[in-house]
Design a binder for this molecule. Structure first.
Ligand code: F0G
Length: 350
């Protein structure tokens, strides 16, 4: 059957009515890639849900398509969000597709270059502020309360509805839920959405069990782990540089109900996993996404992820969004004379 996008495919599971416009960039339907080399090394079946292959290169497209379609159904012609980059890229793309206005507020200097390029080329009104994501979100909430503009951050319930469809795809591919689900936690919308998805599929008898969910925050930006607001969150994983998550309570509920937890990972371990994923599996994901692999390795080492089990790590965004992180963490390329002998020496002596 030809794939017609997330709203069409999962209409029965989404808050869709006859009046919902059919909007799509053919989001969703992303591959679940087996990590063949890492699985063999650790004796665990590790899969990655590569959400970086969505139309704007991140998982945000799943929720955004539903949020924008519903905004239009409800008569809105202008959306707004605060963003560490991916939400703004996605909002801008769907607004362009639907021919409505989009305003995005981003923390100045703290978003990956590719994401900024996306918001600009899709024609959003991009406002960079001297403040962090949490401060930008406070302003966006106030504006959306006061003026006729639709907020499309993950406080918007339609976002999580769309995002839960990734759980459906994982179960459809594996034939049941995995034993463990590992993913990054920023605003904690995604972890909430995945849990909703697995529970809904369990209820509909599409799977027989629920995964244990392990969420990961960056050590310099881990409010849920330390149970305190971070007023100055810092991490190389700018996508999850969030000090006061909107879905904080929900994340704790998911961890408790699934018998999992939310733990912190250092930037050093994130970078190690970022390189390892590319080197051993040929998959390039942005730093925030690679916290999933760093977390999986930590849980295997601690014996919390058992040998012989099945683990799915969510790779939330494409590595190409953030070329600076790659280039800054790999040895520099020096240019030399275009000379066969010299090049031969380097190739065979490396
Ligand atoms: N991974 C990536 C690549 C992200 O961009 C985000 C969030 C997350 C993980 C965390 O997901 O917030 O649902 O827990 N990015 C948001 C943004 C904040 O503005 O693009 P979450």
């Amino acid at each position: 059957m030809i794939y017609k996008g997330l709203i069409k495919k999962y209409a029965a599971y989404l808050p869709i009515t006859k009046a919902t416009p059919s909007l799509t960039l053919l989001e969703g339907n992303t591959p679940l890639i087996k990590a063949i080399n890492l699985s063999k090394k650790y004796g665990v079946s590790i899969y990655f849900k590569y959400e970086g292959l969505n139309p704007t290169g991140s998982f945000k497209d799943r929720g955004m398509v539903v949020a924008v379609a519903k905004a239009i159904e409800e008569g809105s012609n202008h959306i707004i969000c605060a963003s560490t980059g991916n939400t703004s890229a996605s909002a801008a793309a769907y607004a362009a597709r639907a021919n409505i206005k989009c305003s995005v507020i981003i923390p100045s200097g703290k978003i990956a270059y590719g994401k900024l390029a996306q918001a600009l080329i899709y024609g959003a009104n991009v406002i960079a502020v001297d403040g962090n994501f949490d401060e930008a979100l406070d302003i966006v909430k106030t504006l959306a309360d006061k003026y006729p503009i639709t907020l499309v951050n993950s406080i918007n319930p339609y976002r999580l509805q769309g995002q839960k469809t990734s759980s459906f795809e994982i179960v459809d591919d594996l034939g049941d839920s995995p034993d463990y689900l590992c993913l990054p936690v920023g605003n904690a919308g995604n972890i909430t959405a995945y849990w909703m998805g697995f529970n809904e599929y369990l209820y509909k008898h599409k799977c027989t069990s629920l995964p244990t969910v392990y969420g990961f925050q960056a050590k310099g930006s881990c409010p849920i782990v330390e149970n305190r607001i971070f007023t100055h969150p810092e991490t190389i994983a700018t996508a999850i540089r969030i000090g006061n998550p909107v879905n904080w309570d929900n994340a704790n509920k998911v961890a408790k109900q699934s018998k999992g937890d939310i733990t912190a990972i250092t930037d050093e371990k994130i970078v190690e996993a970022y390189k390892l994923l590319a080197l051993t599996e040929g998959i390039f994901a942005e730093p925030a996404s690679c916290i999933s692999l760093a977390g999986i390795l930590q849980k295997i080492q601690l014996g919390e992820i058992k040998k012989g089990s099945t683990v799915v790590g969510i790779l939330t965004g494409n590595g190409l969004k953030d070329p600076d992180s790659a280039i800054n963490n790999i040895k520099k390329v020096e240019s030399i004379a275009c000379d066969e002998k010299k090049i031969k020496e380097i190739i065979f002596n490396e």
